[in-house]
Design a protein around this ligand. Structure first.
Ligand SMILES: Cc1ncc(C[n+]2csc(CCOP(=O)(O)OP(=O)(O)O)c2C)c(N)n1
Ligand SMILES: CC(=O)[C@@H](O)[C@H](O)COP(=O)(O)O
Ligand SMILES: [Mg+2]
Length: 641
């Protein structure tokens, strides 16, 4: 935890001119660090003035300020004692790119997934009132996050719970891509409707008069005249919130006036602040979605610094399904606000009528896919592993129980790298493995990913849901060749890759096949690509149990409930008497760093796999040698007699 004096104390004395200069410095600093460390660029450039204004009026030592998601809270980090450490953003051992309670007392509620701010703030508000304390509680939430299920569920409770939350709605009309849904249209209306604009013009003057006349006058006006100023009669009023706005999110002065005023009220408010995603950096302003989350870039041009011949699993997935959808008109693709990240942009362009971006609604997407499948469509829900966690019950109750043929394309499965603990997709094997009727596949290469979708979509009669999990990884490959070379594979059969010399079998799945294969080749071990995680290929497994004295399983996922656990249970049911070892991720949350650094921490890189395999092989040989020696001893002893 940082010992630096928090800057939010200092900025209270800055003039507006000094604030303007400081905002420029912050933008430069964010650009410099993010371009070399990776991170969230556009969203953070948009919240600089908003954070400065907020922290001049509300005091993080006195008030409670909760940020949703945290991908836009870099200025918050800079102002709350982490200015120097910001250089280490998202690096191993450095500060997190999201909100983390262990990192700072000012990160009141940890986040990374959207929509947690209003629910958590409501709980905090109730706990404070139980302790007879009084504090201002402020939430900062984006227009995208506002549309997520739990945000709306929480807003629905505000009135009933007598909440006094001050919700700052940071509206940039964007989720990662363009925001979608009716609420986003309402926000556009509020932003653009000339009636509101006109009234907005009144706000400043009215507030000034109100301040002059004092607080009592202010309070007396809240129910009547205030509505004229605070634009009532919109959807938020129905939920018990006083609506204020729209406010210019790049005018510190304008925001301060509003924040100062609403702070005086013991009433719940939504303050509609309009910001520009990517503000102040030309390339980010032009294409905020592209610079939402960036890998290393040239800070001046925004050009990516990467090897052009590497392609991602997401890109192959997206282009493959866009190709296959030409052949089968029943194929439909769904995303929960991640069309770019999941690689579905090409599909959306080619088949707008068969593409659904339903906003940040993983639960809705899952059950919606179920509905589509009931009437003969072939829905593919493309989703990051970590976000699919939100839809566990929908997978169980709506999909698997009813044996509905929904395909889950699970991207970012495994360690994601710099995003860290909130985003690692390490639980999906375990949480899907335990669901009856669920099938799970994991490709070991880009070509195998293409072949899996090809075989599944064009040849397989599905009798229930299938998940295909693949990592946040780039590999060498040429997209056109991968698509041209697509062929039918036996989806549920494991592939023996190496006929070893020893009675040791390595059973690896997905991203772990390639590194495990290198080690197995070096030591002459039997090596299998276990592309089907569930159901197990029991025909192959029976033979493996028969032929080997040591079985090692390797997966990029949590060990408990994972692939290795399934093999162990099966081996146990067959009274396997050989040795068994599971390699995967221990029962802990992994930190941030590069993907390779974190895999190394878990012993899942080449060196880690080699050292475990060498050790186990050594123990095995010593054991066998021991048995032979014991046998010799016994025999010798007998001879002695
Ligand atoms: C549950 C969940 N689903 C998806 C995401 C991915 N995600 C991160 S930020 C974001 C967009 C949020 O939009 P908004 O709240 O408006 O923030 P902005 O970036 O526009 O400031 C999405 C979809 C997530 N973090 N959590
Ligand atoms: C904040 C958030 O959840 C997303 O922006 C996520 O960080 C993107 O991850 P990728 O960079 O892997 O697409
Ligand atoms: Mg937004």
């Amino acid at each position: 935890m940082s010992n630096q004096e928090p800057l939010f104390k200092k900025i209270k004395n800055y003039s507006y001119q000094e604030l303007k200069v400081f905002a420029g410095e912050i933008r430069d600093y964010i650009k410099t660090v993010v371009s070399k460390n990776t991170g969230h660029l556009s969203s953070n450039l948009g919240t600089v003035e908003l954070t400065l204004a907020l922290y001049r009026i509300f005091d993080p030592d006195e008030d409670i300020i909760i940020w949703d998601t945290g991908h836009q809270a870099y200025t918050h980090k800079l102002l709350t004692g982490r200015y120097n450490e910001f250089e280490t953003l998202r690096q191993k051992g450095g500060i997190s790119g999201f909100l983390k309670r262990d990192e700072s007392v000012y990160d009141v509620f940890g986040a990374g997934h959207v929509g947690t701010s209003i629910p958590a703030a409501l709980g905090i508000e109730k706990a404070i009132s139980m302790a007879n304390e009084k504090k201002n509680i402020v939430v900062v939430i984006g227009d995208g996050a506002l549309t997520s299920g739990i945000s709306l569920e929480a807003i629905n409770q505000l009135k009933q719970l007598g909440s006094k939350l001050k919700i700052v709605l940071n509206d940039n009309a964007m989720s990662i891509s363009k925001n979608v849904g009716a609420l986003s249209m309402t926000l556009t209306d509020l932003r653009l409707n000339p009636v509101y604009r006109e009234i907005k013009g009144d706000i400043k003057g009215t507030l000034e008069t109100m301040h002059m006349k004092g607080l009592e006058h202010l309070l007396s006006r809240i129910k009547d005249g205030i509505k004229h100023t605070f634009l009532g009669d919109n959807v938020f009023e129905d939920f018990g919130l006083n609506y204020v706005g729209p406010v210019d999110g790049h005018s510190i002065k304008e925001m301060e006036e509003i924040f100062k005023t609403i702070k005086e009220f013991n009433e719940p408010f939504i303050i509609h602040v309009v910001t520009q995603k990517g503000r102040g950096l030309e390339y980010a302003e032009k294409d905020p979605a592209k610079f939402h989350s960036v890998s290393k870039i040239d800070p001046e041009t925004g050009e990516k610094i990467y090897n052009d011949s590497l392609i991602t699993y997401s890109k192959v997935f997206g282009n493959v399904v866009a190709k296959l959808a030409e052949k089968d008109t029943r194929i439909v693709a769904i995303t929960a606000a991640m069309p770019d990240g999941t690689g579905l942009t090409e599909f959306a362009r080619k088949f707008p009528g068969r593409f659904y971006d339903l906003g940040i609604t993983e639960q809705l997407c899952t059950t919606f896919a179920g509905g589509l499948s009931v009437k003969g469509a072939k829905p593919i829900f493309a989703v990051y592993s970590t976000f699919l966690q939100r839809a566990f019950d929908q997978i169980v109750h709506d999909i698997a129980l009813q044996k509905l043929p929904v395909i889950f394309a699970i991207d970012r499965a495994g360690i994601v790298g710099h995003d860290g603990a909130t985003h690692n997709g390490v639980f999906d094997i375990a949480y899907l493995n335990i669901i009856p009727n669920m099938k799970i596949l994991a490709p070991s290469s880009l070509q195998e990913l293409a072949n899996m979708f090809y075989s599944l979509l064009l040849y397989e009669e599905l009798d229930g849901p299938v998940a295909i999990r693949y990592p946040r990884q780039s590999e060498y490959g040429i997209l056109s060749e991968i698509i041209e070379n697509m062929s039918r594979i036996k989806l549920w059969k494991w592939e023996k890759l190496i006929n070893g010399k020893e009675k040791i079998a390595v059973l690896a799945t997905g991203s772990m096949v390639q590194p495990a294969r290198e080690v197995a080749a070096k030591y002459g071990l039997n090596m299998y690509n276990c592309r089907a995680i569930k159901p197990l290929d029991t025909e192959a497994l029976d033979a493996i149990l028969e032929e080997n004295n040591l079985i090692l399983t390797v997966e990029e996922g949590i060990k408990i409930g994972g692939f290795g656990t399934s093999i162990m249970l099966y081996a146990n049911s067959r009274n396997y008497s050989g040795k068994f070892h599971i390699m995967g991720i221990d029962d802990e949350f992994s930190e941030h760093g590069t993907r390779m650094e974190i895999l190394k921490d878990h012993g899942l890189d080449f060196e880690g796999l080699e050292s475990t395999i060498k050790k186990l092989r050594g123990e095995m040989n010593a054991y066998n040698h021991g048995i032979r020696k014991d046998r010799n001893n016994i025999t010798g002893h007998k001879l002695d007699r």
